[in-house]
Design a protein around this ligand. Structure first.
Ligand SMILES: C[S@@+](CC[C@H](N)C(=O)[O-])C[C@H]1O[C@@H](n2cnc3c(N)ncnc32)[C@H](O)[C@@H]1O
Length: 268
């Protein structure tokens, strides 16, 4: 035991196979939050694990990152486009929010670009497994694609996949609540993420929207819970988006869809 309880909680989280590879900033921040509720490090570590499950672990099948690593290893040095598409399908199936849009993935991105205009660069914030959708995003070959999420291991394999796709850009681990994204982009994607940020810090989603430097910001929300249907989710998130976007001085367009609420915020 060290004298700083936060170190003890972080050390406990680092021992857990699920959260060992989350970036330091996320573990430190979550440990600090948990200690405000539970002074004993053991109790705080339990609360921190529950929170990390809610905002990260719940979306992943066990072994999903290891599977992505195996699939990317098997691609070799110079995969052709068919191999990249097959790899994308094999990997995306194992992440809850990616799986939901897998059937119409190319159409999903095309519908976004129709409203945002063809992106000159993309920043995918809290990207999850989305970098593996690169072969289906329909980006121009010279369009930089940058992405960020909290798991160092997932971001490392996603970065290898980006390089194999030949898309310029950089995918790296980071915590957008600890450090708001510094990079600007033509189009920022914030897909199904604002509720997840609000679960970690009240008002964090709205704050992030103010911090993003992008001509267009795509914000989406799930319309059903991980467990199945939820009739009220769309209405709840529509209200939540209206509050988060109020006073942003951006035009709001909504893209009709059945599986996800999609809003595009464009600079006036
Ligand atoms: C519901 S998933 C959405 C993933 C992806 N955007 C998509 O639509 O498939 C929410 C994502 O937010 C990420 N996340 C949660 N808190 C974060 C934080 N503080 N900084 C960066 N990413 C975060 C999680 O790791 C998870 O991948």
């Amino acid at each position: 035991m060290t004298s700083d309880p936060r170190h003890d909680v972080v050390a406990d989280l680092r021992k857990s196979s699920k959260y060992a590879t989350l970036c330091e900033a996320t573990l430190e921040r979550t440990a600090a939050w948990a200690l405000t509720r539970h002074p004993r490090p053991k109790d705080a570590a339990k609360a921190a694990k529950r929170k990390l499950h809610q905002v990260f672990g719940a979306y992943l099948d066990p072994g999903a990152v290891a599977l992505a690593e195996r699939v990317v290893d098997d691609l070799g040095d110079k995969p052709d486009s068919t191999a990249l598409v097959e790899a994308a399908d094999a990997i995306l199936r194992h992440h809850a929010s990616s799986k939901e849009r897998l059937a119409g993935l190319s159409d999903f991105y095309q519908a976004l670009w129709r409203v945002t205009g063809t992106p000159a660069s993309v920043l995918d914030i809290a990207c999850g497994f989305s970098p593996f959708a690169l072969p289906k995003m329909g980006l121009a070959p010279d369009c930089p694609y940058d992405a960020i999420d909290i798991d160092t291991r997932l971001m490392a394999v996603a970065e290898r996949f980006r390089a194999l796709c030949g898309q310029p850009g950089r995918i790296e681990a980071g915590d957008v609540l600890a450090l708001p994204p510094e990079k600007g982009a033509d189009v920022a994607l914030v897909l199904k993420t604002l509720p997840c940020l609000d679960q970690q810090e009240s008002g964090a989603g709205a704050r992030l929207l103010r911090q993003i430097k992008a001509r267009a910001i795509v914000v989406t929300y799930p319309v059903r819970s991980l467990g199945g249907r939820d009739k009220n989710m769309a209405a709840t998130y529509r209200d939540s988006f209206a509050r988060a976007a109020a006073g942003l001085d951006r035009r709001v367009d909504e893209i009709e869809g059945e599986d996800e609420l999609v809003f595009v915020l464009t600079q006036l």
